[in-house]
Design a protein around this ligand. Structure first.
Ligand code: NAD
Length: 471
């Protein structure tokens, strides 16, 4: 995080707790980090309660605990787990910055509403995730990783037997056979978690590169017997399959599904409706007592035909759990990671103590979807209200996945597993004098300089490869 002690930016976070949301976009740890960067934090009363952070915890580290009205009146920037409601947009003063998951790929009207309210909107879902300097801001990775972990626990809980093989005096129980469909961040984390719990894991993803990633975690790659190698789209991410390819894939997945006790689905295509991988016929083929957790379930539909948010049991005795909010169920840690992501996005826009959008800067160009020209710490903008580039909802252009090469594998940090001893050793070395120098450089390099940005990225961004993840 840039050290800009002269900054005088007020950052506010609301209580977003709801039936399915327990996370908070600011935690006490992050308050401390932001204060060092000169940012004053305001948090709505009770906002952290559901994530086990009390108002006293925030007050102790110097945050102002107050009402939503106080925040709306004083904050220059607002951070969200999700995004402000349309009603809330009407209450935000012009010139304020809003940072969150704004659904800007799919909801152009919403982005237009932010722009016409004179808000500078930073859409985290547009982060160019391939940049190593952007990795500490990558909320998709941090939250999907939590989701993949929790999906396995939810499945294990709903399943009427053990995950590992167990030898008891009364006989030997075979391990659960688990299928993970979609082996991105969430899927890889699910594989690692399920393997550690002793399940026999098979996984499938449409991207050809995922085979080696799956196998590097000790799982078997599912051979569907069809060639979908063109399923990899721009920047190494999946593309939406054609109707014909989708039908072929569904038929093949339906056939194979019957071999498994537990199926976890995490497949998504950026900016699109999640692909349906398992039809009702496939679900009908599963044995009584088997469990499906559909992490892609949404109002738009999920990876499993007919899955809904919540738990259903089919006539055939299959438990189908639609579970898009699983990160919220690990609320303490998920909030801490998310809050760090949001704070690092905020810090990226701090230039000489002010919030600033720099045109031509890669992260700014990608993430700022609405901007008031005179935006700087909010207050000036309330007067100007002039909108420079109100919206650029580039639904046709995907910014997240420009990996350096299509074959680039996932990194161990994405699945938050143990490091290979080789890397642990290297990390220890970095904790020595040279390591301290690198850490300092990461923190103190001034922003806005392309050379330094690249250098900061190189220094902060070295991540182990998925093949180094240990079981
Ligand atoms: P995501 O949440 O958009 O998708 C999840 C997975 O679903 C992806 O792996 C995708 O290939 C898969 N999928 C989509 N359609 C499918 C279908 N029809 N059948 C089967 N699987 C399907 O993506 P994500 O998990 O955020 O990331 C995907 C990949 O990008 C990962 O391999 C990750 O390592 C990589 N990534 C790289 C960087 C980087 O280079 N710094 C950053 C983030 C992610």
């Amino acid at each position: 995080m840039a050290q800009t002690p002269e900054a005088n930016v007020v950052f506010g976070v609301f209580n977003e707790t709801s039936d399915h949301e327990s996370r908070v976009a600011l935690t006490p740890d992050t308050v401390t980090r932001l204060r060092k960067a000169g940012v004053t934090c305001m948090i709505e009363q009770g906002a952290g309660n559901a994530a086990a952070y009390t108002d006293e915890d925030y007050a102790k580290v110097g945050a102002t605990v107050c009402t939503a009205d106080d925040i709306l009146a004083k904050a220059d920037a607002l951070g969200f787990v999700d995004r402000p409601s349309e009603q809330m947009i009407g209450r935000i003063k012009p010139g304020t910055w809003v940072i969150g998951m704004l659904s800007s790929f799919t909801d152009e009207d919403y982005v237009a509403a932010l722009a016409s309210a004179g808000i500078t909107a930073v859409a985290i879902e547009r982060l160019p995730r391939q940049l190593s300097s952007a990795q500490s801001m990558d909320e998709m990775t941090s939250q999907n990783s939590v989701m993949g972990y929790k999906a396995v626990l939810v499945a294990a809980n709903a399943y009427g037997s053990f995950l590992p093989m167990m030898t008891t005096a009364a006989g030997t129980i075979r391990p659960a056979k688990m299928l993970i469909l979609g082996a991105g961040i969430a899927g890889l984390q699910a594989i690692g978690t399920a393997r550690r719990l002793g399940a026999v894991v098979t996984a499938y993803d449409v991207r050809p590169a995922s085979k080696s990633e799956v196998e590097s975690l000790g799982a078997k790659f599912l051979d569907l017997g069809i060639d979908l190698s063109r399923g990899q789209g721009e920047g190494g991410y999946a593309r939406a399959l054609s109707a014909e390819e989708q039908a072929q894939q569904q038929a093949a997945v339906d056939r194979k599904a019957a071999e498994f006790d537990i199926i976890i689905t995490t497949a998504k295509v950026p900016g699109r409706k999640p692909p349906m991988l398992l039809t009702k016929a496939g679900v009908g083929g599963l044995h009584r007592g088997s469990v499906i957790v559909d992490c892609a379930a949404s109002e738009l539909g999920g990876n499993v035909e007919g899955s809904q948010i919540g738990t259903q049991v089919t006539d055939g005795g299959v438990t189908v759990i639609g579970a898009p909010y699983l990160a919220s169920e690990v609320s303490t840690t998920a909030s801490n990671l998310l809050s760090r992501n949001v704070a690092d996005v905020l810090a990226h826009f701090l230039v000489n103590g002010r919030l600033e959008v720099r045109q031509g800067e890669e992260l700014d160009d990608a993430m700022v979807v609405a901007h008031t020209h005179a935006a700087s710490n909010g207050r000036d903008d309330a007067r100007s209200g002039r909108i420079d580039h109100p919206v650029h909802p580039r639904t046709d252009h995907w910014h997240r996945g420009h990996r350096k090469s299509a074959g680039d594998a996932a990194h161990a940090i994405d699945v938050r597993c143990e490091l290979h001893p080789r890397h642990r050793h290297r990390r220890c070395r970095h904790r020595g004098r040279r390591g301290q120098q690198l850490a300092l450089l990461c923190v103190h390099l001034p922003r806005g300089d392309a050379g330094n940005n690249e250098r900061r990225g190189r220094l902060c961004g070295h991540r182990p490869h998925a093949r180094d993840v240990q079981e």
